[in-house]
Write a protein that binds this ligand. Structure first.
Ligand code: ATP
Length: 323
């Protein structure tokens, strides 16, 4: 066994006759954050369920910290932290009571105060869980997942449904855990989430990994179609010089599509973001970029918070060049 924290080899997973995962393989090194992206039903949660030891693989092999998480569950379950897509809290318990209940089942659990401090919830410990915001519930999820100081953390769509500020808070918590050496495998629908957090990522579609690598590898490997919406931007403001390799620009309602041949996504994305800033930074609902490849939507970056931040930096850089 090598030093990988997570190994997946030729994993197939069936539900009766339906094959949800169709022969995937990847490895996550210790201390690495690896993101599984994909459309609804791509097989991300199923993959996580197998790695968390809830199911034995139908076919293939998985290892977590060198152990089979299903057959050798006792060896690894306390070394893993898990945040499920839907938290199953008792709404009538307070935050403190919820953490205390989990501490009873967690060997070597950290103190309640330390766990809540860690996720910025210490001031809410007397509040009933039913009264927490969506972002606070996600933070409570994370507090429970890290109580036992896990070596590997599984996060299933940790920021879905959160507003931009809550997402950024959760991102910084996750980054802090990775900086401390925790290995993280997360699933997400958002490319910008992977962009913020992941060392490497895989994009799943219909049970298969269609592309894998660092963000630069993934974005650079194919021709790209970018669609973006900017509420406050008129067609005349668009960066028509988006690159020599562009093929077409189309307007459809308030969405503009740029098709390119080469690995130019990052360059084009920067220009798109630049437009957002020129029009005042906020650009209404912000900037959203849908990335398609081979006519299928595999990748999605929504929200635009990071792109707007990148655009601000870019604008400042351009101003400094001019001045
Ligand atoms: P999402 O982004 O919507 O959470 P996902 O990539 O996590 O999707 P999965 O939840 O792994 O996808 O589901 C993969 C496929 O397996 C889907 O078609 C889903 O309907 C199916 N599936 C998941 N769980 C079961 C189950 N218990 N029984 C039967 N089919 C299931």
């Amino acid at each position: 066994m090598n030093t990988s924290a997570i190994e997946v080899r030729n994993l197939h997973q069936r539900y009766d006759d339906f094959e949800a995962v169709r022969g995937i393989a990847f490895e996550v090194g210790r201390g690495e954050l690896y993101a599984l992206l994909g459309t609804n039903g791509a097989g991300k949660t199923t993959t996580l369920d197998v790695l968390e030891g809830y199911h034995a693989p139908t076919e293939g092999q998985v290892r977590v910290l060198g152990h089979d998480p299903f057959a050798q569950r006792a060896e690894v379950r306390h070394r893993m932290g898990i945040v499920l897509q839907e938290a199953g809290f008792y709404k009538d318990l307070t935050v403190a009571e919820t953490v205390d209940a989990w501490r009873r089942w967690t060997p070597r659990a950290m103190e309640r105060g330390a766990a809540l401090e860690r996720v910025g919830l210490a001031h809410r410990e007397r509040v009933r869980v039913g009264g927490l915001s969506g972002g606070e519930k996600r933070r409570l999820d994370l507090a429970l997942a890290v109580l036992g100081r896990p070596e590997v953390l599984f996060l299933d769509e940790p920021t879905t449904g959160l507003d931009p500020e809550a997402r950024r808070n959760v991102w910084s918590l996750i980054r802090g855990m990775v900086e401390e050496g925790t290995t993280v495998l997360l699933t997400t629908h958002y490319l910008d989430e992977a962009q913020h957090l992941a060392h490497r990522l895989a994009i799943m579609h219909e049970g298969r990994i269609v592309t894998e690598g660092t963000l630069a590898d993934v974005l650079g490997e194919r021709g790209t179609r970018i669609t973006f919406r900017l509420a406050a931007v008129q067609p005349g403001d668009l960066p028509y010089d988006v690159g020599q390799d562009r093929r077409t620009i189309r307007l459809d309602g308030d969405a503009y599509t740029v098709e390119t041949r080469g690995p130019g996504l990052r360059r084009h994305r920067g220009r798109c973001a630049g437009v957002g800033v020129r029009r005042g930074g906020g650009a209404g609902g912000g900037l959203s970029v849908l990335v398609h490849d081979d006519q299928r939507e595999h990748r999605r970056a929504a929200g635009g918070a990071r792109l707007q931040a990148a655009a601000r930096q870019r604008a400042a850089h351009q101003r400094s060049l001019r001045g």
